[in-house]
Ligand binder design. Sequence first.
Ligand code: HSE
Length: 408
Amino acid sequence: MAQIAIMGYGTVGAGVFKTLAMNSEAIARRVGEEICVKSVLDLREFPGDPAESVLTHDFQDILTDPEISVVVETMGGLKPSYSFTKQLLMAGKSVCTSNKELVAEHGVELRQIARDNSVNYLFEASCGGGIPIIRVLNNSLTAEEIEEVTGILNGTTNYILTSMADEGKDFAVALKEAQEKGYAELHPEADVEGWDACRKIAILSSLAYGRHIGWQSVPTEGITGVDKADIAYAKAMNCRIKLLATSRREKEGTWILVAPMMIGRENPLTAVDGVMNAVMVKGNAVGTTMYYGSGAGSLPTASAVCGDVIDCVKHRGITIRTEYSTETMQLLPVDEVSRPFFVRMRGDEQAARAAFGSISHVTRLEGYGDELGFLTDTMSEKTFKELLSKAEGVISWYRRGKKEEEEA
Ligand code: HSE
């Protein structure tokens, strides 16, 4: 029997406890032995909860218990999870986490410590909730030069944008619902300002391209500025506004970006709604592949954590080999990337052409008075921003997927 511990009995930690109990037979069959939760660490009390009998408030109970070989870290944040994880790895225990903040900040160091101690630091649940995207990058697409990773990587913002577009809900109402369903971060600014998606694309891109990409170097824009009117224009143009997290290798270099983008219906990511996430990975041999599933929530995220626990139990004393590098990747500034842009501005078509040159897909909406929406030609972001700084009456703008992106 393998004995494990769970640190943090919140949405995900409780989901791990439940999943291991609910699927104990199937898990034992696959692993060849039972997996039993010996300790649950949390500062709170849980009277009447199934975990009550194994609850501890003292980290030392887990750290010093020689029977516990794998620890689930679902506390979130950096303190004290960083210090706890480090101590556990150094004590020869594997750690499985859903904590993207910790992985994005200290993942390189923690993986090295795991390797030095012949244990594992696994983080499948840190990106895309229940979608096993990290295994795909580490174990499946290993014969590929990866050319692009693009995803809807935050369930909360996708839930909000979908509710605004399909049900006409207000931003605040949709956010509250996402919080009630256990999708949102403790501080939902991490979701709505794009930081959560930023950490996830930094992690996935580091694995995809084999060089470290610090989350701090990812240009990141959230969805707080997305207005119902912008969504109405997108609909009228047969598009959706989605918070996309993208990295792509181009001739000139590799760029990375998190931003709300206007994408056309021909792009399969437009069909990813609610809390669902999807990741598109393009390899130079396989072409485009896509992965879809629940991006947040207790059991889907727990499923990914449990998969890691099982891997650790199956690989006791062995660090599972994956590519990673401490070398930092040089990135192409997003200003140098070219694409069309959607612009919503006050005035007429003549003024729009005077400001942005050739335009297309000119759209006017009833009830929106003296304004119009349109697409510019493909141009570099630098050029677009220069034109934008001189244009009068611009209400909002979005990056539009390039034709080849739309056909991905
Ligand atoms: N707050 C995150 C989301 C949770 O909404 O995607 C899963 O990482």
